[in-house]
Design a protein around this ligand. Sequence first.
Ligand SMILES: *[C@@H]1O[C@H](CO)[C@@H](O)[C@H](O)[C@H]1NC(C)=O
Ligand SMILES: *[C@@H]1O[C@H](CO)[C@@H](O)[C@H](O)[C@H]1NC(C)=O
Length: 167
Amino acid sequence: MSVCLCLTLCCIAILQMARLTAGLATGAPLSACKKMKPRHPWPPQSDKSIYDVVFEAKHYIPGKTVNVTIIGGRYRGFMLQARKTNTRITFGRWKDPPKFSKLLKCFNKEGTAVTHTHASNAVVNGTYEWIVPETLCIPSITFEATVAQFLSVYWRALESPPLPRGE
Ligand SMILES: *[C@@H]1O[C@H](CO)[C@@H](O)[C@H](O)[C@H]1NC(C)=O
Ligand SMILES: *[C@@H]1O[C@H](CO)[C@@H](O)[C@H](O)[C@H]1NC(C)=O
């Protein structure tokens, strides 16, 4: 192989790597909205997740908010959405999230997901505030998150327990 070709291939490989890691460095891309599948070149973990998606609320109440926390230790990347239980339909929007996270405009709707901004800053027990639509009347909401401990170690589409509608 010529030196030139070798350099070119090497360059392409580095660019490819940079493109793949970009997803983790600055937050999930919009292409991850639907299946919550990051672009990392590694498969998700198939064992039991070290993270859980939890909340203290007993019900969701239209027009109010629900605080959702990712527990289980430090994580570097995540994407979080609220979905009608057992579907991929996303509802509501997220409040301005805490440091090292930002809103995403999944499915062309503002604030339908939250993701990290800096994979270099690991977060513990991040809490994100979900705003319930005034008119929501589905039986229950499930919060879903993909959470990355490292670029190569992540759990995809972890589900919270269902949160039923209150009065
Ligand atoms: C959610 O957390 C925020 C920030 O800690 C707090 O101000 C708010 O009252 C909480 N909301 C609920 C519904 O618990
Ligand atoms: C995170 O949450 C877990 C479970 O609630 C708790 O045991 C742990 O002490 C918390 N860690 C920090 C740093 O707040």
